[in-house]
Design a protein around this ligand. Structure first.
Ligand SMILES: CC(C)(COP(=O)(O)OP(=O)(O)OC[C@H]1O[C@@H](n2cnc3c(N)ncnc32)[C@H](O)[C@@H]1OP(=O)(O)O)[C@@H](O)C(=O)NCCC(=O)NCCSC(=O)CCS(=O)O
Length: 376
């Protein structure tokens, strides 16, 4: 880890503990989207961590981004996932595939925190099979007219720009999918339901509706027909962020359980001194550290330009299944108090569950890993 990476991690950690942790339960309860908190994060460079400095970013590594997401998730997983998605799935595809004009117009304000980014791949019928996107972008004059619906879009109710996958040629299947940069004030764009959820309740997950929405050619991101590959490549990186989110939530649960187990007494001693509790905490700590190391390893491979897709999926798979186990065991340590909304365990337990679902379910990660094994 370089001094710069450490500094980014520590900056995120300080902000998370001072500015996010105190309001996390309240945002969860009221479902308030953390718009002000995200603007404050922009001031710390957290909305363009891996974007080069020439576009206003920090120009840091994916390891730095991963550690920053982990630190935020320890305090508030909703903020962490919005920040992670904005960085990896909105900023970076534009950074890597955008024209100079697109970077000037769209990327710079995203990094500065003047605009918030989201990604829209998933549709009501297209989840794990992302190639089944049916949102249609039909040619009209020199531009396109888009019709369709997008589902489960993180920050969808609040984003200013959406990197969106649509079909420009259905006869070509996945090779007819194209990425568009969609300003959400475009006529024909509407936010549908903002979803009620088990966890990450302040992340503004929404359905997006596109009705005869006209976009000029300058909104096409990358080469038409290459959109699926652009976003599969971006997802391989963004999954590091979900793994990091899982590690952060699990660390918070572990810390809370250890603190409680030292303080709570039964049968004449702190419960941590009962072997059943102490051993349980030991196993939890080991699992959290194993997931962290898998995640950092995958991020480091990515930073070195080495193959990392299998490792990224392994990290996401292991960390997201680990966090449910660890949160369950942490909650158990609190006994009845763990089940009450007055205590943080209840929210951590709910926030943990989504990690096995979004940005590729556990089964999708197993698919990516097993295909890599088959072709090695
Ligand atoms: C299930 C999948 C993993 C795979 O689907 P496919 O079988 O359709 O894809 P492939 O044949 O493997 O690949 C097609 C094509 O793309 C190239 N490819 C694949 N992976 C990569 C990569 N990591 N980097 C670059 N290129 C890649 C591959 O070589 C093929 O190219 P050729 O045709 O050979 O030239 C996939 O569908 C999948 O990941 N599904 C899960 C989708 C998912 O994660 N959805 C969540 C999206 S997020 C969202 O929409 C909103 C929620 S949010 O977080 O806000």
């Amino acid at each position: 880890m370089t001094p710069d990476e450490e500094m980014i991690r520590d900056t995120a950690r300080r902000f998370a503990q001072a500015e996010l942790a105190p309001g996390a339960a309240e945002r969860d309860r009221t479902h308030r989207f953390p718009a002000g908190e995200l603007r404050a994060l922009a001031g710390l460079g957290m909305l363009g961590v891996t974007v080069p400095e020439e576009w206003g970013g920090v120009g840091a590594s994916y390891l730095a981004l991963t550690m920053a997401v982990e630190a935020l998730a320890e305090a508030d997983a909703s903020v962490a996932v919005v920040m992670s998605t904005h960085n990896s799935l909105a900023c970076m595809p534009i950074c890597q595939h955008g024209t100079e004009a697109q970077k000037e117009r769209f990327l710079r304000p995203l990094v500065a925190g003047e605009k918030l980014g989201a990604v829209a791949i998933t549709e009501p019928q297209a989840g794990s099979n992302a190639a089944d996107v049916r949102t249609r972008a039909a040619r009209r004059g020199s531009g396109y007219v888009l019709n369709g619906a997008k589902q489960f879009i993180t920050a969808g109710g609040y984003a200013d720009l959406v990197v969106l996958l649509a079909s420009t040629d259905p006869s070509l299947g996945p090779n007819g999918l194209t990425c568009f940069i969609v300003p959400t004030d475009t006529p024909g764009f509407a936010v549908g339901r903002v979803e009620e959820k088990l966890g990450i309740r302040s992340s503004g997950t929404a359905q997006l509706l596109l009705t005869d929405m006209e976009l000029g050619e300058e909104h096409v991101l990358g080469t038409p027909g290459k959109g699926y590959k652009i976003l599969l490549a971006a997802l391989a990186k963004s999954r590091l962020g979900i793994a990091a989110q899982a590690v952060g939530i699990a660390q918070a649960a572990l810390d809370a359980a250890v603190a409680y187990a030292k303080e709570r007494r039964s049968f004449g001693q702190p419960i941590i001194d009962h072997q059943a509790v102490g051993f349980r905490l030991a196993s939890m700590a080991t699992e959290v550290e194993a997931a962290r190391q898998l995640t950092y390893h995958a991020a480091s491979l990515c930073d070195q330009g080495r193959p990392f897709h299998k490792e990224s999926s392994m990290a996401k798979l292991f960390a997201s299944e680990m966090v449910e186990r660890v949160c369950s065991q942490a909650l158990q340590t609190f006994g009845g108090y763990g089940y009450l909304a007055d205590f943080p365990m209840e929210r951590l337990y709910r926030d943990a569950r989504i990690c096995q679902i979004y940005e590729g379910t556990s089964d999708v990660q197993r698919m990516v890993i097993s295909r890599a094994l088959a072709t090695a």
